[in-house]
Design a protein around this ligand. Sequence first.
Ligand code: MRU
Length: 356
Amino acid sequence: MSSASSAVPARSVRWSGDEFGTLTLIDQTLLPVEFRENEYRTVEEVWEAIKMLRVRGAPAIGCAAAYGMVLGLQSVAQASREEFNTRLAAVADYLAGSRPTAVNLFWALDRMRSVAEAEAALSSSSMLARLLSEAQAIEIEDREMCAAIGRHGAALLNAGDGVLTHCNAGGLATAGDGTALAVMFAAAAEGKQIHVYADETRPLLQGARLTTWEVMQRNIPVTLICDSMAGWVMKEGKIQAVITGADRIAANGDSANKIGTYSVALLAKAHNIPFYIAAPSSTFDLAIATGEEIPIEERKSDEITHGFGRQTAPAGVDVYNPAFDVTPASHIAGIITERGIIAPVTTENVVSMVQR
Ligand code: MRU
């Protein structure tokens, strides 16, 4: 793995070359202090990048995993198709073990697997090239979905609105302009003067480190608040809408997103402020009926006790660190997808929008 620094932000996920090429990811753990792109040559490096949140955000994880499969199969390009298929199954299972909650990871891996199954007659080398084109299609489609989410969602915002978001659902988290942030970017591009409020997003500070960085680059006014301030800022009348991304949405609309999102949704309800989710169809998991079935990732305690290298809790303290929570559909005013807005959020409306 090699790395390069740049002052200009590039795409979060980028492939270079043909099927024997390399994957470049922005190392999101270093932002906003350092902008660095790392070049990946092995599937093990990509697994580590997903696990450690160097690449993060549900759609970006899906794109990185698809390219990670190509990297993991380069070594069997000259092998028999049987050997290629055995390796493909192992690589997909390996990448699937990196993070459990964002369904885009499993969606992308399944899509790659299905292509290989459908084209069983291709030689291994042709199959590798075909898989690269599928990964590139996933990336391009994600970019288009972000743009469409922005277009649909912008209609929900009015000039003068304060819009709160939690975590980072921007360009860094996708192959395009993001989901929740795409809505804000599109509204601003339409000339609506909005003001973004970014929750800091404990414990890994995706809001403070990444969302404010992205919004500032777009010259849109943004104010950083601690997570614990959201209720008060709503009470003060500064927030007219809340929009977040999602990591997995069940058939009834229950939506998993970064830990703290559920609290924000409850606060929005208490203050009569609409709470929206923005997510592409690749984030829906219609195989599960409700959010009860969404697996929630638990991460290491040192993210809380030693955030960014400094000890902030007594040694040996008991810690609970779920990385995501689930907001019930009943608290969601609408889900903004690339196909339109699901509102009210019911199983019937979710299924008919996602399956059409
Ligand atoms: O742990 P992370 O940083 O990967 O969590 C990311 C989020 O919760 C995002 O809001 C979600 O993936 C949507 S990104 C468009």
